[in-house]
Design a binder for this molecule. Structure first.
Ligand code: BGP
Length: 462
């Protein structure tokens, strides 16, 4: 059980708005996350884990954990507040990147993770084509300032979930028609950014970071299989086919037609997408989906409840529970480590590009004992089972670059507050009491450190 390449990037993940805090410090503009009301019984993102102020201490902990990579996101609102370059924003990420490199940790940035600048949002956000230009301009600044040190860039985090679960992720409740137009603009923006990256003098790779989940048919009924293929086309392949082949997936397009949601696509858009494609695929994996064929093509369509929940499209597929799988405590997401192996193989089959897992993890409430310990064996079990399946996928032949579970340190969940924790490092605060924000190492910290040291699970002794 030790099938990991020598240079495998054992890492961990965060995103800017969920971990940094400092929401209006040093010239930062508010993002959509800062201006929306918090969910009931949760906190806002204004302080988060205070990583903006404590990043040096955090990187020291990441070093102690043995991380070979740290996947984080850059806040657009720090770099280009109101469209103007902000030196303090550049300085912050320069310092973070340099600190990581000095500690032998590969910095793996995502350029956009759910935190659109409020000023762009007020001008129509992604529905406005001008946001494409703003994004390209912002990314050019990133490449110019950090491109000399970055080997792996990710464009947009979970673009597919912004489409299907926007209500929860960035407050977007718009119609299918409008959301697929936004989606199209993001795809064009991504292609343009890959273009400027590839035409610059950079030696790194760039790729998308969608949330990909294999979809099972509820039964062996061929109609259920067809339903699963439709959901996969819409939820998964639409986004990766666009990023890797530069085209719209035909089955997804069939669904968009039936939803009256086909976007306006210009000839120039088609060309830029076709000519500028990804070098590798980062993907987030938390769970799998199960669907059946709907009895009727009538009924209400709804965008997903949250990013890991299934959804139904009348006439194409209907969400189902999978009786073979257990669910997480929060949100009842199906826990499916084998699904990770299936998903990784499906991606590699279709695209034949190296892959990296940029999120995978278990959100649960943790208890800090009086001795300052956190016994999170549930998290260890979850991660261990997924790492096992990843090693089997590598044995199958999938070219894996790395694994960055969510999350390096406790941070705020997208919609379930601070009490839903994912980190290897505990942050001492609650939803409404900031306490001392002190860091504690969880049991999973010591366990993962051992996995990294051994380059896999062999001899770890669990
Ligand atoms: C992914 C997002 C992350 C993260 C994670 C866990 O979809 O990319 O930002 O939050 O899900 O989800 P949650 O925070 O809802 O528990």
């Amino acid at each position: 059980m030790n099938k990991f390449p020598e240079n495998f990037l054992w890492g961990a993940s965060t995103s800017a708005y969920q971990v940094e805090g400092g929401w209006n410090m040093d010239g930062k503009e508010a993002s959509v996350q800062d201006i929306r009301p918090p969910f009931p019984n949760t906190t806002d993102f204004k302080v988060a884990s205070d990583h903006y102020n404590q990043f040096k201490e955090d990187v020291r902990l990441f070093k102690e954990l043995g991380l070979k990579a740290y996947r984080f996101s850059i806040a657009w609102t720090r770099i280009m507040p109101h469209g103007k370059l902000n030196k303090q924003g550049i300085d912050f990420y320069n310092e973070l990147i340099n600190e990581l490199i000095e500690n032998d940790i590969e910095p793996i940035p995502t350029v956009f993770h759910f935190d659109l600048p409020a000023s762009l949002h007020e001008n129509g956000g992604w529905e406005n084509r001008k946001t494409i230009d703003a994004f390209v301009q912002y990314c050019q600044v990133l490449f110019d300032h950090f491109g000399d040190r970055i080997k792996y860039w990710q464009t947009i985090n979970e673009q597919n979930m912004l489409v299907f679960a926007g209500k929860v992720l960035d407050g977007d409740k718009s119609s299918w028609k409008s959301v697929f137009q936004k989606n199209h603009h993001m795809l064009v923006a991504q292609a343009k950014v890959m273009k400027i990256y590839h035409s610059g003098n950079f030696s790194g790779k760039i790729g998308p970071a969608p949330n990909i989940a294999c979809v099972y048919p509820k039964s062996e009924n061929p109609e259920d299989m067809l339903a699963a293929e439709y959901m996969s086309a819409l939820r998964n392949w639409l986004f990766l086919d666009a990023a890797v082949y530069g085209v719209y997936n035909h089955m997804a397009m069939r669904i968009l037609k039936s939803l009256d949601a086909v976007p306006i696509i210009t000839d120039e858009d088609r060309q830029v997408m076709k000519e500028n494609t990804a070098d590798f695929i980062a993907f987030n994996y938390y769970n799998s989906m199960t669907v059946s064929a709907p009895e009727t093509s009538e009924g209400k369509t709804d965008r997903g409840k949250n990013q890991q929940s299934a959804f139904s499209i009348p006439g194409f597929f209907k969400m189902e529970n999978n009786q073979h799988l257990q669910n997480t405590v929060f949100s009842k997401w199906a826990i499916d480590p084998v699904g990770l192996r299936v998903t990784a193989n499906q991606i590699y089959n279709r695209y034949n590009l190296p892959v990296m897992i940029t999120e995978n993890g278990l959100g649960q409430e943790d208890i800090l004992t009086v001795e300052g310990k956190i016994h999170d064996d549930y998290r260890i079990n979850y991660l261990k089972a997924h790492i096992e399946q990843m090693s089997l996928a590598i044995e199958d032949g999938v070219e894996f670059l790395g694994y960055c579970p969510w999350s390096a340190i406790d941070l705020i969940s997208t919609h379930e507050g601070f009490r839903k924790r994912y980190g290897f490092v505990y942050v001492n605060r609650d939803d409404f009491d900031l306490k001392d924000l002190k860091r504690y190492k969880k049991d999973s910290f010591f366990w993962y450190k051992n996995v990294i040291q051994k380059n896999g699970l062999q001899n770890v002794g669990e």
